[in-house]
Design a protein around this ligand. Structure first.
Ligand code: 7ML
Ligand code: ZN
Length: 872
């Protein structure tokens, strides 16, 4: 099972060589069966070199039935077979440059719990080939620079699998003996095999259509489990919005006659952009207001957009090799972020992106798996679908956009597609297109692709009253990370705003380009020292060290034009108190803070934005800015700060809660709920408001008028109950479980909540949850909702000094190692960051890592991370 292979070695970017053979066409014929599916693959090959090289095809977990070259069957003596390779020596190959290889293999989808290649999700067959899953379907040159046109015939039982899907357009279908039928698909666009997909099953289908700007009619089809049709509407609207946005923003149209999306319950990742046939984790398709939260709605729209945008950035232009993953992912995340910002509030969207970056990507970049957005060394490719490649990758594209401006960026995109449509290219190719189109020298900028670690920027200011000038000095420093050459100065766009004393903002609003280790800028004609708002819109993914006093932060919060800066100043103020309280639990929080909170609450701002301002920096965000984190002191500090604010701003919080609760304008309901639930979270720290939590749960989840029920409000109330282990909690959890037992995606929420209860009883509860009839480690969403939620959302008990939290996580990872190595590898993240914690925790965490490293059949996924973590 899985990628447990003894003969694997890391691969290096520097070793890239073009393939010795290319594949022009692939003709697949796949007969589906639970335990023995048969795959016949006919490949037309073209030799590239002089004929001296063997043909090496990748293959894993396959049973080879026969191998035929042109019309000649090969005997076992004529080829070599290992666990990972089929090698056909030159002596067994024809002398011509063009020849045909026909390979017949058998696979067992039922036993495929790793969910890579062909597997079963419930009753349906489905595939996941990125990055290297196709080699679990047939022997192939499994690398993204080998692009072929695919024709796929799918054969299966007609009753069990009425729908047989693959990439491209349907070209034939018919009946066969034994109640079987077949459908043949042809995809006219050459593609790497990682974009291959096959789905077979019985579904309900939501259909619609879209007419592209040049008048092409596209059929849109969303396949969902029977009974879920109504829950696919939001996904459909999101798809249509995405198609329109890409036409309007980048002039990019869809290129096939049909676009299909299939929602499945068993899926390792969010979704997959297979040409013409996206496969989605059902979590990112299904929604209605009773079962999905506002953030579920937001995420569905974003993921639908992300996968749709890949059709150009990923599929039409793809990656030369997997080291270039950020070429398609960083760019596509940037595109989906721009899309979301335009569909919603750009300030709130940006704030949420930055929170993810700071709380998770910064930690990754400071941990043992730190890597540049274009990694240089990979053992298991699945380990590099990271926050660094995706989120920091998107930040790098955003910096480019900031540096050259929106119009030049568009010209650069146009040039990129003109040059590389239909090709497999590199990150450098992309930057060169941007440089050529804009005339901007981007050579230093390219360092962002090869340097890991979060750069630290130090800022110093100096005001000279005599000359009425203000000087800002910035210095940059990148940390030294493992296996990296000495860091060099990066090209960093720093957007600033100078707020004059009088308070009309934007006396100066400027884009500074920091390119040296240290640089100064002087601004003149200032009668008094201005207040600076730094890093507007978070113009670069850096840590800023700048001693701005509370008074200046309050000025930025009140007066900066840039809403991101207003939010960020507030966060910095709050973070300061969290840090103080972590060192000294009795620290007296100045009244300024409560006043600032009250001002925020009473301002006539967008309510979604106020909600963001009120949310405290998370445990992870705070931890990523500290060293030797004492997790117990940190959770206590955050709770203390919540309590203090709740007490100080009680009246305002309560009246704001009520105002939001009564607000009726439908188009603001998401913002109202966001702010209302932040207020509830604060108020729940005061016993006299516990009734409010119960009341909200009742209204949102147990309402005589079902149309009034709402998952956002239910979950907000429940998480308050869980956080404070309130008296009503167990009754609420039982009610919720009973109500949603048939709805898998909502049961995931129930498992996540149950795992985040703050109770000394939690380890007994976790054991019971593992034995729950609906729990299964084979279902990735379920595994993540219980195990992941405990490790991420319950820091008090995850880090408890007995080490039980770490033991629980490690125990489940050990089981997942043989079931689903990808899921195991993602869940280990909090443990490998052990070096950022205080000695007590470090020791306990490290002990668990050592135990895991000793597992006999350790997957490459875990091995790579454990070796990195345990290397001194
Ligand atoms: C990112 C994806 C993968 C892995 C989806 C799998 C994808 C690879 C795939 C942003 C939004 C939605 C999903 C993902 C994501 C990790 C994250 N090509 O499309 O990138
Ligand atoms: Zn992607």
């Amino acid at each position: 099972m899985s990628s447990t292979l003894s003969d694997t070695a890391p691969r290096f970017l520097a070793d890239y060589r073009p393939a010795d053979f290319t594949i022009k066409t692939v003709n697949l014929s796949i007969s589906l069966d639970d335990i023995c599916s048969q795959v016949v693959s006919v490949l037309t090959l073209v030799r590239q070199g002089d004929g001296s090289s063997a043909l090496q095809l990748n293959g894993e977990q396959l049973t080879l039935v026969s191998l035929v070259i042109d019309n000649q069957a090969l005997s076992k003596a004529q080829y070599e077979l290992s666990d990972t390779l089929l090698t056909i020596p030159p002596s067994s190959l024809p002398n011509r440059a063009n020849f045909v290889v026909t390979i017949t293999t058998e696979i067992n989808p039922q036993e495929n719990t790793a969910l890579e290649g062909l597997f079963k999700s419930g009753e349906a067959f489905c595939t996941q080939c990125e990055a290297e899953g196709f080699r679990r379907i047939s022997y192939y040159l499994d690398r993204p620079d080998v692009m072929a046109t695919f024709t796929t015939k799918v054969i299966a039982d007609k009753t069990l699998y009425p729908y047989l899907l693959s990439n491209g357009n349907k070209v034939a279908s018919g009946e066969l003996a034994d109640n079987k039928h077949f459908v043949t698909w042809h995809d006219p666009f050459p593609k790497p095999c990682y974009l291959f997909a096959l789905v077979a099953g019985d579904f309900d289908i939501l259909t619609d259509n879209f007419t592209t700007s040049s008048g092409r009619d596209v059929a849109l089809e969303i396949f969902v489990d029977k009974g879920n049709l109504a829950k696919a509407k939001h996904a459909m609207v999101s798809l249509q919005k995405s198609m329109t946005w890409d036409e309007e923003t980048f002039g990019l149209e869809y290129d096939l006659d049909i676009y299909m999306i299939v929602a499945v319950d068993f899926f390792n990742m969010g979704a997959m952009e297979n040409k013409g046939l996206n496969v989605f984790n059902s979590k990112y398709v299904l929604a209605d207001s009773q079962c999905a939260t506002d953030s579920d709605y937001f995420n569905i729209e974003a993921v639908i957009a992300h996968e749709y945008f890949h059709n150009w950035t990923g599929n039409r232009v793809t990656c030369r090799d997997w080291f270039q993953l950020s070429l398609k992912e960083g760019l596509t995340v940037f595109r989906d972020q721009q899309f979301s910002a335009q569909m919603h509030s750009s300030a709130v969207t940006r704030i949420q992106n930055v929170r993810v970056l700071r709380s998770q990507q910064f930690a990754e970049d400071a941990g043992p798996m730190a890597h540049p957005i274009r990694p240089e060394k990979v053992l298991e490719m699945n380990n590099f679908y990271t926050l660094t490649v995706y989120e920091k990758g998107a930040e790098v594209i955003r910096m480019l956009h900031t540096l050259i401006g929106v119009d030049k960026f568009r010209q650069g995109m146009d040039l990129y597609f003109a040059r590389f449509d239909g090709m497999a290219v590199t990150c450098d190719d992309f930057i060169n297109a941007m440089s050529d189109a804009s005339g901007k020298d981007l050579n230093q900028f390219k360092l962002w692709y090869s340097q890991s670690g979060t750069p630290v920027i130090k800022a110093q200011e100096y005001f000279d009253a005599k000359t009425q000038s203000y000087t800002l000095t910035l210095s940059q420093h990148s940390p030294v990370t493992t296996n990296q050459p000495a860091p060099q100065a990066l090209h960093i766009p720093i957007k600033i705003e100078l707020i004059s004393e009088a308070g009309e903002s934007s006396a100066y609003s400027e884009l500074l380009e920091l390119t040296q280790a240290e640089q100064s800028w002087t601004f003149t004609g200032l009668t008094a020292k201005p207040t600076i708002a730094m890093l507007c819109d978070f113009s670069a993914p850096v840590k800023l060290i700048f001693d701005q006093d509370d008074a200046s932060l309050l000025t930025v919060m009140k007066k900066a034009e840039n809403s991101f800066c207003r939010w960020d100043a507030g966060q910095k103020l709050l973070m300061g108190y969290i840090q103080q309280l972590t060192f000294n639990a009795d620290y007296d929080i100045p009244n300024d803070l409560v006043m600032a909170i009250n001002t925020m609450l009473s301002r006539d701002d967008d309510r979604a934005f106020i909600a963001e301002q009120l949310i405290l920096p998370s445990f992870d965000e705070a931890a990523s800015l500290m060293v030797d984190v004492n997790p117990i002191a940190l959770t206590r500090a955050i709770t203390r700060l919540m309590q203090t604010i709740a007490k100080g701003a009680e009246q305002q919080l309560f009246s704001c809660y009520q105002a939001c609760n009564q607000a009726s304008e439908a188009n603001h309901c998401v913002a109202n709920r966001a702010l209302k639930n932040v207020c509830l979270t604060y108020l729940s720290h005061l016993p006299e408001y516990h009734y409010l939590v119960t009341e909200q749960y009742q209204q949102a989840s147990n309402n005589a008028d079902v149309s009034q029920e709402n998952m956002t409000d239910s979950l907000a109330a429940l998480s308050c109950s869980a956080k404070h282990n309130l008296a009503g909690l167990s009754e609420q959890l039982q009610h919720f479980e009973h109500k949603w037992q048939q709805t898998s995606l909502v049961m995931d929420k129930w498992f996540a909540l149950s795992a985040s209860v703050s109770s000394d009883d939690i380890f007994t509860q976790l054991k019971r949850l593992l034995l729950h009839p609906q729990f299964s480690l084979k279902n990735p969403n379920r595994a993540r909702s219980l195990i992941g939620a405990f490790a991420m959302n319950n820091p008090k008990y995850f880090h408890c000094p007995t080490g039980q939290g770490y033991q629980f996580l490690a125990g489940q990872i050990a089981k997942l190692n043989s079931i689903n190595p990808q899921v195991a590898s993602r869940l280990i993240t909090p443990l490998i960051q052990y070096k950022s914690f205080a000695p007590t925790q470090q020791k306990l965490m490290k002990a668990e890592l050592i135990k895991l490293r000793a597992i006999a059949q350790l997957s490459n996924d875990l091995k790579e991370k454990l070796d990195a973590a345990l290397r001194d």
